[in-house]
Write a protein that binds this ligand. Structure first.
Ligand code: FAD
Length: 453
């Protein structure tokens, strides 16, 4: 198939490297202002599964690799590759069956658009923490979304996926059909060996009174806050999300200290009374010394997106990494806090979360590629503005990961620093990684979807 034939068979825009709009189209593929130095041969804007199939066939005929691009939000810019990049942002349909509590969604649908569409039916899904990220790579990597204590990791609310294979075939995968592909589609992330063109989601009831309290302390108080979160988490209901964000002090507190840690507690409650009781119990155990607090604020999804999005402005340069740890939470959080204190960029931040303990008698994680979890989770984000500071800030991130390495069991593939490709196998249990490698060899023997990191 010639480029011209590809252009006439695909309904979206197809842009080859030598064409005028190429530079801007390539730039726009990646959300991070720090773009990897890779140059697609052709960018295919897909608006249907048939477009994806045509692009895969074109790539095969021309001996090119294929990469799916959801929203280009992976911090490592892995959706920008040489070969054929298929932009799925135009696959953004949402079809909801409220009675069956099922939705069929295109990979280009953003968290905000899904949350809004579902709210109209009194329904919800464990969408991620920021509005503009699409479901595409989020669900494929697992999806650490809102209310995961109650709703679980997002990919475990996926019923089936439609996938274009390395052969260019379109098939459906679920527990009942093409189970190996379904196993991989729930967690493989960038290591997946196909293109997901649609997700069928199992929906949850929308909590009617999502409410948040926050407390801000000096960063030096991290030890006290660790004791607070560690003693609270086991007794709080599962519909409570409790996280610690370490950052520079906001302008209103900057005269009191340089760095702060903010405890953010959100309850996905069904009533105002439930929210007040739960957040009241958290407030009763809050350590003294808060510099600022904001209690019982109604935070529907839109407000949660606003709060979290503020930490991640567009047009900044980013490098991020994630850590699952079985270590003592105190040591883990103290290490993260020390790194935030020493960050070369004041915009760099870190997040610490403790998972609620497993419910007595509950089965473990379903069997899927998503297999790396531990009781303590953290992320570090280097955030800066100028390209000339890349080395300084990426080194800070790398050193943060090295300091945590002795107490890191593994990484979360959706936000791991994939510039270091050793992070990929370490984002899975050893058994899951071995199975994923076997599945890749079976379904993509020529490495059509293999990537450069
Ligand atoms: C501001 C911000 C906030 C975030 N918050 C969260 C959060 O709360 N929870 C969380 O879990 N993650 C979060 N993330 C991480 C994010 O979910 C993942 O990086 C995810 O991959 C982004 O999806 P994407 O479609 O933009 O991926 P892309 O960057 O487009 O792609 C990432 C990788 O997945 C592959 N891929 C993507 N879509 C498909 C597809 N349909 N079929 C086959 N392969 C595909 C690509 O080829 C690439 O290798 C956040 C990221 C940002 C930038």
């Amino acid at each position: 198939m010639s480029l011209e034939a590809l252009k006439s068979s695909v309904s979206g825009l197809v842009i080859a490297r030598e064409e005028g709009p190429y530079a801007a189209a390539r730039e726009a593929l990646i959300w991070n202002a720090r773009k990897p130095p890779r140059y697609p041969h052709v960018i295919v804007g897909a608006t249907s599964a048939a477009d994806v199939q045509a692009a895969v066939r074109y790539a095969r005929q021309h001996g090119l690799k294929v990469t799916a691009r959801g929203g280009g939000h992976h911090w490592s810019g892995v959706a920008l590759q040489d070969g054929v990049v298929i932009d799925l942002s135009g696959l953004d349909a949402v079809t909801i069956d409220p009675a069956a509590r099922i939705a069929d969604v295109g990979p280009g649908v953003s968290h905000r658009d899904l949350a809004r569409a579902l709210a109209g039916h009194g329904l919800a899904f464990p969408v991620g923490h920021c509005a503009t990220v699409p479901l595409s790579g989020y669900l494929l990597g697992g999806g650490l979304g809102w209310n995961s204590g109650a709703w679980g990791i997002a990919c475990f609310s996926v019923e089936s996926v439609d996938v274009v294979t390395a052969e260019g075939e379109l098939l459906r995968a679920s527990e009942a059909q093409n189970a190996d592909i379904f196993w991989a589609a729930r967690g493989a992330g960038p290591a997946f060996f196909g293109v997901v063109t649609s997700y069928r989601l199992r929906l949850h009831r929308l909590p009617r009174a999502i409410t948040t309290s926050t407390w801000t302390y000096r960063l030096e108080d991290i030890g006290t806050l660790e004791r607070w979160i560690s003693s609270s988490q086991p007794v709080l209901p599962r519909n409570v999300e409790f996280s610690l964000l370490m950052s520079s002090a906001p302008p209103t507190l900057a005269h009191r200290c340089a760095k702060v840690v903010t405890a953010m507690v959100t309850v996905f409650a069904d009533s105002v009374d439930e929210a007040r009781i739960v957040l009241g119990s958290v407030a009763a155990s809050a350590p003294p010394g808060a510099l600022d607090a904001s209690l019982n604020v109604p935070t529907p999804f839109e407000a949660l997106f606003e709060m979290n999005g503020a930490a991640f402005p567009h047009n900044r340069r980013y490098a991020a990494d994630t850590y699952w740890s079985t270590a003592n939470a105190g040591i883990f959080l103290e290490t993260l806090a020390a790194r935030v204190k020493d960050a070369p960029s004041p915009a760099s931040i870190a997040l610490g979360v403790l998972l609620p303990p497993p419910e007595p008698g509950a089965p473990g994680l379903p069997d899927a590629a998503f297999s790396m979890v531990a009781p303590v989770f953290g992320c570090s984000y280097a955030v800066w503005e100028d390209a000339e500071d890349d080395e300084l800030n990426v080194s800070w991130l790398r050193e943060t990961s090295e300091r945590l390495a002795p107490i890191t069991l593994g990484h979360y593939i959706g936000e791991a620093h994939l510039d270091d490709d050793a992070h990929i196998p370490r984002s899975f249990s050893p058994a899951a990684w071995a199975r994923l490698e076997r599945a890749r060899a079976t379904y993509d023997p020529e490495g059509l979807f293999s990537k450069t990191f």
